[in-house]
Write a protein that binds this ligand. Sequence first.
Ligand code: HEC
Ligand code: HEC
Length: 299
Amino acid sequence: MRMETKILIGITGFFAILLLVGWVALNETGRMSEFTSQYEARSTERGATIFESNCASCHGLQGQGSGRAPALNNPRLFDGARLTEVGWTGTLFDYVANAVAAGRPNSGAYWPQAMPTWGEEFGGPLRPDQVQDVTRFVLNWETAALDEANPPTVVQDFIFPGIRGEGDLQIMASGTPVGTNVQAILAALPPGDAARGETLYTANELGCSSCHLSGAVAPDTVGSFSRAQDRIATVPALQGYTVDQYLVESIVQPNAYLVPNEGNRIFSTNGISIMQQDYSARIDLQDLADLVAFLKTEG
Ligand code: HEC
Ligand code: HEC
């Protein structure tokens, strides 16, 4: 055979093999992506079961949030606003998986209970693959959350933790927490400044309005004063209370008198209000006087 023929056969053979390999490879990506999407669909399904039994009690069955935890089926989680707010530069998947695995051990300071730790590696009950499953389930809300024509119901948005100390709106300016002794507080309560009270009430540090505004997950701010009067007049246990006494007690001892649940609006479970239990340790007398003065303007 002539040298040129051999080279020609060699080159042709080479390209034939290249084509074959390319064809197999192309097909393989197709099979792989089909495999991946099936895998992800099953993972999301498993995640739904995990969510229902472990997360829905706080985050709501539809991820709408409750007084115990923020909404996850929440436009702000998916449009980047939340990630910017907390300064996260990684992917959303990693953000959610990380929050689930590590929990938020300190969030009990501004929520009724802290977000628990779920990942095995942090001492929680879920294996890494289960953390991924439930993360996929949460991310599966993206389309619904970003559907502007039909936005999901967000019962409770994220609350930003107060950074105590400088710039803290002078909450606890005197540094002495008010405590829980209602009679002692009433005897010492200074005159209140309703305008400052409103600022405290709406500030992230205390988060009062995040639950109470428009009655989101708690009795509406509007009507606080008249409701206090009504309750004193009608609830035997509150007989003889003054409005100040009722409001002070509501803040420093949330479980002393529990506003009854209203249908599926759950204000308390097993005698424990969903309202933060630690305001008595986070505000001073002046803060409390100002909050009470503000609430008394909400007739
Ligand atoms: C006891 C109530 C409770 C349970 C149960 C709970 N969470 Fe949470 N979760 C919270 C609270 C409170 C926060 C807000 C923490 C914060 O602001 O730092 C939170 C925050 C989160 C966040 C981060 C949201 C953000 O941007 O701050 C994710 C994601 C999350 N939870 C997912 C889950 C999943 C998934 C489960 C179930 C495996 C679950 N949670 C179970 C209370 C709960
Ligand atoms: C996590 C949600 C939440 C936050 C934050 C919260 N509350 Fe509440 N609050 C509730 C719920 C739920 C009730 C009703 C159940 C009960 O009696 O405690 C309530 C009850 C009250 C009442 C009695 C209302 C009535 O109709 O009789 C007052 C007053 C009140 N809160 C003031 C405050 C103030 C002031 C702050 C901030 C310092 C605050 N709350 C923060 C959830 C919250």
